[in-house]
Design a protein around this ligand. Sequence first.
Ligand code: DC
Length: 232
Amino acid sequence: MPTTVSDALIITIDGPAGTGKSTVAAGLARRLGLARLDTGAMYRTVALIAVRAQIDPADTPALLAALAAHELYFDCTVDPPVMSLDGEDVEPHIRSARIGEVVSEIAAVPEIRRAMVHMQQATARAHPRLVSEGRDQGSVVFPDAQVRFYLTADPNERVRRRVAQLEADGASVDAAKVAAEIDHRDALDAGRDTSPLRCPDGAVEVDTTGMSIDDVIDALERTVRETVGSAC
Ligand code: DC
C-alpha cells in the first residue's frame, strides 16, 4: 500500500560530533522500519566537490557553480543509504581528514545550506517516514517533526569515541589533535550565522555520556513509541 501523508513520521536527531548520532540514527531507523537521512554526508559531498576541483571554500560563486554542475543524490531506499555524486558512491571518500578540515567552512555558506535544506525536504517528501540526522534538522529543516532529539556528551568522551572510531578504521591517531579538531568544528558549527548548531525548541535532550549505543537507541525508541504510539 502506498505511504500516505497521514502515515508520515519524521524524527530528527541533532547534536555535535562524537555524540553517536549517526550510529544511533541508523539503529533507530532499523528498529522502527524508517528510512534514514545523513545530512552531514550531503555537506561532506559538497566539500568533496570543492576539494577535487580545488575550489577555495570561501569562494561562494565558484562553489555554487560547481554544485550546479553535479548531481547529488541521497538514496534512502537501501540500508545503509548511499550518497552519490554523479552516480558515484562517495562514501569511501567523504570521511577523510581532508574533507573534515573544510566541511564546516562549506556548511557555513548560506547559499549552500539553502540548497541542502531544499534537497533534505525533497527527500522527506519522497520518504515521509524518516529519521533525519544533522545539526539543524529539528530547528530549521523539519521544525514540525513529530519527535526531535538533541544528543550531547561530555567533551572527553566525544574525543574518546572519535579516536576509537578512527582507530577501528585503521588510522593512527593523536588524541590531542582529534580534541583540537572537534573543538574547532564545534566552534564553527555553533558560531555560524545561518542555522547554527542549537538544541531545537521542544527537543528531547539526551546526554549520552556513559551510555552504550544500544542504551541510547533503547531510550530514543521508548520516547518515540510513547510520543507517537501507533504511528510507528
Ligand atoms: O555529522 P558530520 O560530521 O558528517 O557533519 C559534517 C559537517 O557538516 C559538520 O561540520 C557539520 C555540518 N553539518 C551541518 O552544518 N548541518 C547538518 N545538517 C549536517 C552537518
